[in-house]
Design a protein around this ligand. Sequence first.
Ligand SMILES: Cc1ncc(C[n+]2csc(CCOP(=O)(O)OP(=O)(O)O)c2C)c(N)n1
Ligand SMILES: [Mg+2]
Length: 622
Amino acid sequence: MNTKRLSVGAAIVKFLQNQYIARDGQEHRLINGVFGIFGHGNVTGLGQALEEYGGRALPYYQGKNEQCMAHSATAFAKARRRLGAMACTSSIGPGATNMVTGAATATVNRLPLLLLPGDIFASRIQGPVLQQLENPLTQDSGVNDCFKPVSKYWDRIYRPEQLLTALPEAMRVLADPAQTGTVTLCLPQDVQAESFDFPENLFDKKVYINERASVTPAALQEAVSLIQAAKQPLIVAGGGIHYSEAEDALRHFAEKTGIPVVVSQAGKGCLLERHPQCLGSVGTTGNLAGNQAASDADLVINIGTRLSDFTTASKSQFQNPGVRFIAINVNPMDAHKHGAFPLTGDARAVLNDLADAVGDHSVSHEYAANISSWKADWKRVHAEIVHPEDDEGALYQSEVIHILNEFGDENSTTIHASGGVPGDIHKLWNCKAAMDYHSEYGYSCMGYEIAGAMGVKMADPSREVYALVGDGSYMMLSQDVVTSIQEGLKITIILLDNHGFQCIRGLQTSCGGKDFGNEFRARESESSRLEGEFVEIDFCANAKSMGAAVYCAEDEASLIEALTKAKEETRTTMIYVPIRLESNIPNYSWWDVPISGSSNIPAVRMAHQNYQEAKKKQRFYY
Ligand SMILES: Cc1ncc(C[n+]2csc(CCOP(=O)(O)OP(=O)(O)O)c2C)c(N)n1
Ligand SMILES: [Mg+2]
């Protein structure tokens, strides 16, 4: 066996440079670069190896916060439809644990992310290294064990030769659409610098082939029987359709059968809202039409969705007493949810086969007429929301979303993740292209927006990328403005200032609670609560100090002007928009948020009663 003597760090770099993923005959690089922040736990190991061997084949991108690195990498993978990922290297201790939130974000969203946190010495002779957490029970434990529950594959490399089995496992999991998520390879700092005679074929080009698996004819036939028996079938389209590039297959199947389509957050854009059969968003943040269809449906075909509580309105959305489910999903866990008849396979492959198998079956004229009329109802309400009569004063968030929606085109992508934006935008946004809406709503992680926007721009530099971010989320993580300037990755940040965590305040007060702890107000001496004046935050100066171009917008005209100027800018730009504290969008569904039944506050007790009543609509499907 021919061997090559390399350090562990160098072997990892050389290995990653030769990993590919292929689908439909097209090859893509699996690992497209490494984000990193160095410390003693990686600078002389993997860091040195990246300097010596990385080059253009595995470029290094300097992070500013390890959590952000993971978010950028995750957004990159989402924008590449899982046909490409990034790695992140950190030092030991805090650098590593800063990535735990990012790891969970990727795994929850079923997106590939490779983490290479530094780890404490394998040899242990030097005693507790700086930043080591000691455990009196065992020395075989450390902070990197925190990655286990948030990873789809986790390993710690105590000896160089363990790479021979760990690296292929890591790649297999990253490249597998049913398994993918965060892969964590913990790298003790001494092992990173150790040398070994690695077999040369470890560095051969390797292609992981993403086969489009379908299901048996018998399974298709069973699904067809369920479809033929249904009077009001409905498709719930999720992100898996994007990952499978199955948008055309979905449209074809829907048009052939007349079955309407509603979309989860990740499923936005699978069928554009302008299509007569697309009823838009469903569930807790669903719109009038989508939720009407979902409430009545007697057969729900879930495609590429993990059925989060927002999609199912905490299992209260599907109210037809006889409702049955079919699920098309690469992931068996998702395919079996809600007692569905499972079609475990690739969305495009299964949809195409199902379209053939279903023959010329189509929904009734009566149902088709209902679909059109629900859609028309929502169109009217949508217009009222985005053009409010009461247009004095600051813009509503709904107006900002609509103006951006109108301004953008097929080549722009808008990113959102947390705060009040996801609920509003899920209802209001009319997609112009499959990938113009990027939602991280699996983990709804504050701080994802700016880092994520940068990842999307890296994945496709030709796109105009917008981050819709609340003032709270901006304060949590905004330092990647600097990274975006450093890398020449222009993004446009739209900062929605409403003086605080307003969507949570809205939830609090709608549940009978008193206004408490959510707004950015000064502490008042008398009540000793945060009830004083709003604290003044100069967000424009903040963004400017990091190198961004900055515009302010207060009304429709100035927002359109700012968006026009921002589009002409070549560097990262922030548009600061003060918005109203309150929302003008009605709710068409429910979300399970428990409320105390023994509070002394009458409004809370009343809200508890309403909660108990609403909970009766919660169903168990098996
Ligand atoms: C990391 C993280 N911490 C806490 C939360 C809970 N949370 C959800 S929305 C929100 C408030 C967000 O404030 P802001 O970004 O200003 O948006 P707004 O609610 O004002 O629309 C909080 C604290 C979260 N989603 N993520
Ligand atoms: Mg806010």
